[in-house]
Structures are given as structure tokens and as C-alpha cells.
Design a protein around this ligand. Structure first.
Ligand code: ADP
Ligand code: MG
Length: 276
């Protein structure tokens, strides 16, 4: 399938022009590790500019689902996938679309902050961009570093020490540095796998504020075990469940407010109210 004109423009000029948030749609996504099926025909639309929270008990396939959304699942040896993932209607798994394009448009932030330890704060912000092969002149790089750190809510804390190692920052600052590194590539969607699980409550709230701020410019899909967090940051929730060894499915999804105040399924109600 050819690129849409909008996607093509964002692709060519990604470093200079702010990308617009994109709608991501999973259609009947199933996933396997070897013989074992861990997701069964999961369909979910993650609307442009909204925060979608993926909730559910451990082992129900939330991280696997997230990895199908930027083609990381296919890196796992023996992993297989069926179904479709569409970014603004364009198949992310299209053979013509290179893997790096998919990863550039759909970024990922992990549970444990993982700045590159040998790199300075500034080098960390630019690292993802450099990995895509893009090169900017020095002024453009400096303004991109500032813009990305501002968007991640970290600029004022680090502007006087951009050449110090990223690993010298606190946990919460490191996670915002990782968010800045992702944002520097101008993704249209940002996937976050339990981004606050390794953080203290204060850092967690700061990262949540950052998520809320950037959500207007980038579609966010966040896995969280923290129901208050899901409630605070997300527009819609999807509740995953894999019971008695069956593959993970979405039991219920919808606007966050409704999921918490009037869940339709008893299992959702039990989960969001902390009964399992
Ligand atoms: P969650 O993020 O909801 O805790 P995961 O997506 O990590 O769930 O895991 C879903 C299922 O897939 C689990 O049963 C887990 O053991 C299995 N799984 C996850 N990663 C791998 C892997 N690399 N190889 C084999 N099985 C895996
Ligand atoms: Mg997980």
C-alpha cells in the first residue's frame, strides 16, 4: 500500500516538523511465543491525541500487545503474529514500510529508565534520532534537544548540565530523559510499558504530568498496574484478561470514566476495585 501524503510528509521531514498524533488501530491481533498463543484476536482503536490505558493482571498479554504495535514482537525468536495494525489507516506491517519507519512513528518507553550510560544528557536526547540515520546541523540539534527536554518537562532541571552523564540523574529525571529521547524522533504514537513502576510517588506524579502535557501532540498507549494512575491520565481504558491458561483478550474497553464508575463486566468491576 502506498504512503498517504500526510504520512509521507511526516516521514521525510520528521526532525524539523512536529508530527501530528495518529490513530492506531489493532484489528484481530493474535500473538504466539512458539506454540503458545498469548493474545487472541485483540481489536482496539487508540484515537489520535488520546491516552489509552491497558490494564489487567500480570501475564495477560499487555506488554506483548504493546510490542505488536511497533513491531518489536517480531524481534523475539519464535514469535509469531496475525492480524493487522494500522497507523492512520496504513498497515504498519506492510512489506514496503521499513522497520525503522514503524519504530520512528511509534516510539516506546520502558518500565526501567534506560538512558545510555556512557552518553551525556544531550547525546541521550539525540541517540534515537541518530539510530534512525538522521543527521542535523549543530544549531538544529541544539534546538531539538531543548524542545524535546521542554516537552518532557525536564529542560529547567538540566539546561545547565547537558554534557553530564544521563545516568547521574534521579530515576524520575531519567525516565523523562527517555521520554525526551523518544520525542526527539517526532513519533506520532508513544507506547509506555509501566513507565512509573520503578519510580517513587513524587516522580510518578511528575511523569504523569508530562504524559498529560504531551498527549495533545502524540497518541499515548500506557500499560499500568496503578488504577489511580489509569484514572488520572487516560481517556479510555482496555481491560485485558487471560484466565486459566487461555490467551489474553480484551474483556471490556471504553471511556475511562465509565469503566471505573459503571463497568459492564463483573470481572472488570472486580479488577478496578482491587478484588483480584
Ligand atoms: P503482561 O505484560 O500483561 O504481564 P506479557 O505480555 O508480558 O503479559 O506476557 C503474556 C504471556 O506471554 C505470559 O504468559 C508470558 O509468560 C508470556 N511471554 C512473555 N514474553 C515471552 C517470551 N519472550 N517468550 C515466551 N513467553 C513469553
Ligand atoms: Mg508487562
Amino acid at each position: 500500500m502506498p504512503w498517504t501524503s500526510g504520512a509521507h510528509r511526516a516521514h521525510r521531514s520528521a526532525p524539523e516538523v512536529a508530527a501530528e498524533p495518529a490513530t492506531l488501530e489493532a484489528r484481530a491481533v493474535s500473538a504466539w511465543f512458539g506454540e503458545r498463543k498469548v493474545l487472541d484476536r485483540v481489536s482496539l482503536t487508540m484515537p489520535a491525541g488520546q491516552v489509552t490505558a491497558l490494564i489487567g493482571p500480570s501475564g495477560c498479554g499487555k506488554s506483548t500487545f504493546l510490542r505488536t504495535l511497533n513491531r518489536m514482537h517480531e524481534l523475539v525468536p519464535g514469535a509469531a503474529l496475525a492480524g493487522e495494525v494500522l497507523l492512520e489507516g496504513v498497515d504498519l506491517y506492510d512489506a514496503e514500510r521499513r522497520l525503522t519507519d514503524a519504530r520512528r512513528q511509534v516510539g516506546m518507553v520502558f518500565q526501567k529508565p534506560n538512558p545510555f550510560p556512557a552518553m551525556s544528557i544531550q547525546e541521550n536526547v539525540l541517540a534515537g534520532l541518530h539510530l534512525t540515520g538522521a543527521r542535523l546541523d549543530r544549531d538544529a540539534e541544539e534546538s531539538l534537544v531543548e524542545e524535546s527536554l521542554r516537552r518532557a518537562g525536564l529542560w529547567n532541571e538540566v539546561k545547565d548540565r547537558l554534557r553530564q552523564p544521563g545516568s547521574a540523574l534521579s530515576g524520575g529525571q531519567q525516565q523523562r530523559l527517555c521520554i525526551a529521547r523518544s520525542l526527539a524522533v517526532k513519533p506520532r504514537v508513544l507506547l509506555m510499558d509501566e513507565p512509573c513502576s520503578a519510580l517513587d510517588p513524587t516522580s510518578t506524579r511528575v511523569v504523569e504530568e508530562t504524559i498529560t502535557q504531551i498527549a495533545e501532540q502524540v497518541t499515548i498507549v500506557i500499560v499500568t498496574h496503578n488504577m489511580q494512575q489509569a484514572h488520572r491520565v487516560s481517556d479510555q481504558c482496555a481491560f485485558f484478561l487471560a484466565s486459566h491458561g487461555t490467551p489474553g483478550v480484551i474483556v471490556e474497553h471504553g471511556p475511562t470514566e465509565a469503566m471505573f464508575s459503571e463497568p459492564q463486566d463483573q470481572r472488570t468491576s472486580d479488577y478496578v476495585n482491587g478484588r483480584f
